[in-house]
Design a protein around this ligand. Structure first.
Ligand SMILES: *Cc1c(COP(=O)(O)O)cnc(C)c1O
Length: 446
């Protein structure tokens, strides 16, 4: 049994409608500009926003803050070894720090890196090192409906076509992101992990798993893939990673912590290089930007994350939200993935043209209607791409109750009932780097 001491996200009070209207306008119709106290149910992200268990808090109290060789680092190393099967661990301040450390060691100018789908920070780090990030999702990933069990898979044929085009020697690494965050948190099958291992061997490439949600992925394999139903989620979680040469991890996801991350590698030379790079960017190689207490919390969190008890509740919660939305006729991406429910804003607001950001319009309405904060992941967040107009409602771990889920579903249904009144938005100011505009651009209603 875990018990939880505090919920971190949002307010216990719903502001009056006129207040919400004022805050939204003051935030430039961009919910990143809202204060958390102005939000009633905060589904902006599941990254570092969850509630820690009593065991995690207790471990923090006993943490060792030594600069070098702290006991808390040894606990983290032991947890990564037991739970994930990697004995060489380089700690970092969070997932993108791990990406900087590992991809900086592996990727050079002119390289090409296939991934089932690059997460935003992964794409940026591959590019930053002179590489070309290429997404190779399976066809079903782009189908917003249907019930295919593993829409997160990598398409090996797309990688082979890429090899034919650029040559194997330009591909130093192949990455599998489990679950596939950019494809609605959809899982990757064990068969696909094995197929990717074979591909990496053929290409003589390093096989990297972005393991941020490795525990959630294991739950889906145990539930959906033949031959894995009788195995424990902990065993499956470890086996998926056993095929990889290296992992990058964000402790803010399946580390069940509020901050932190690490790289895990098998090769001793790569380990040495990664440690040197980490000293430059993260901190000494036994803390990497984390306090001892952060490492202690993550060491406990990793062990909790792979249990059936935790995962059943976690995935169950997200699925509950999906069911409640569907019952009320709100269009969503199916099947529901691991960490979030994705609303199909294109179907919810068909009269709002893409260049007036139907997803962002829906995000604003959810806040206006019920103080719910989601995030747009469509043409506003990703200009110049033809992504579907999705709005993500990500659930912080161990934080919200049935009543909150009801409130969110009722809010979305109320918006849909008066959808013909909802107008689009236009951008009035944005940062120089358009790729980062969803964090800070300001908009106004058209
Ligand atoms: C969150 C995330 C990252 C980056 O981790 P941070 O801790 O946010 O820096 C990388 N990959 C995936 C798949 C993620 O979900």
């Amino acid at each position: 049994m875990f018990s939880y001491t505090s919920a971190t996200a949002a307010s216990t009070e719903l502001l009056p409608r006129e207040e919400r209207e004022r805050r939204l306008e003051a935030a430039g119709y961009n919910v990143f500009g809202l204060a958390s106290r102005d939000v009633f149910v905060d589904l902006l992200t599941d990254s570092g926003t969850g509630t820690m268990s009593d065991a995690q808090w207790a471990a923090m109290m006993e943490a060792d803050e030594a600069y070098a060789g702290s006991e808390s680092f040894r606990e983290l190393e032991a947890a990564v070894s037991d739970v994930m099967g990697f004995d060489r661990v380089v700690p970092t301040h969070q997932g993108r720090g791990a990406e900087n450390v590992l991809y900086g060691c592996l990727i050079g100018e002119g390289d090409v890196v296939p991934n089932n789908t690059h997460f935003d920070t992964t794409r940026a780090h591959v590019s930053e090192n002179g590489g070309d990030p290429v997404d190779c999702p399976v066809e079903e990933a782009g189908d917003l409906g249907g019930e295919e069990p593993f829409k997160g898979d990598l398409d090996p044929e797309k990688v082979r076509a890429l090899v034919d085009r650029v040559g194997a020697n330009r591909i130093p690494a192949i990455v599998l992101t489990i679950t596939n965050n950019s494809v609605a948190g959809q899982p990757v099958s064990m068969a696909n992990v094995e197929a990717t291992r074979e591909l990496a061997d053929e290409l003589d490439a390093t096989f990297v798993i972005d393991a941020c949600r490795f525990a959630e992925n294991a739950f889906f394999i145990s539930e959906r893939e033949d031959g894995h139903g009788d195995r424990s989620t902990a065993e499956i979680a470890r086996e998926q990673l056993s095929h990889a040469d290296a992992i990058v991890m964000s402790g803010k996801k399946d580390g069940l912590a509020n901050v932190g991350g690490f790289v895990g590698v098998r090769d001793p030379d790569l380990f040495e290089r990664a440690k040197q790079r980490a000293i430059l960017y993260e901190g000494f190689s036994t803390y990497g930007g984390m306090a001892g207490r952060d490492m202690a919390a993550m060491a406990v969190g990793l062990r909790e994350a792979v249990t059936e008890e935790y995962l059943g509740a976690r995935i169950g919660r997200v699925r509950e939200l999906g069911d409640r939305l569907r019952e009320r006729g709100v269009p969503i991406y199916t099947p529901v993935g691991g960490h979030a429910v994705y609303l199909d804003a294109g179907r919810a607001l068909p009269h709002v043209p893409d260049d007036e950001f139907p997803g962002q319009a829906l995000v604003c309405e959810l806040y206006r209607e019920g103080g719910v904060r989601g995030v747009e992941l469509g043409s506003f967040a990703f200009p110049e791409t033809d992504r579907p107009e999705l709005v993500r409602l990500a659930l912080p771990r161990r934080t919200y109750h049935d009543e909150h889920l009801d409130h969110v579903a009722e809010t979305a249904a109320a918006v849909l009932d008066r959808s013909d009144e909802v107008t689009g938005l236009k951008v009035v100011s944005e940062p120089d780097n358009e790729a980062l505009r969803h964090f800070s651009a300001e908009l106004r209603p058209v």
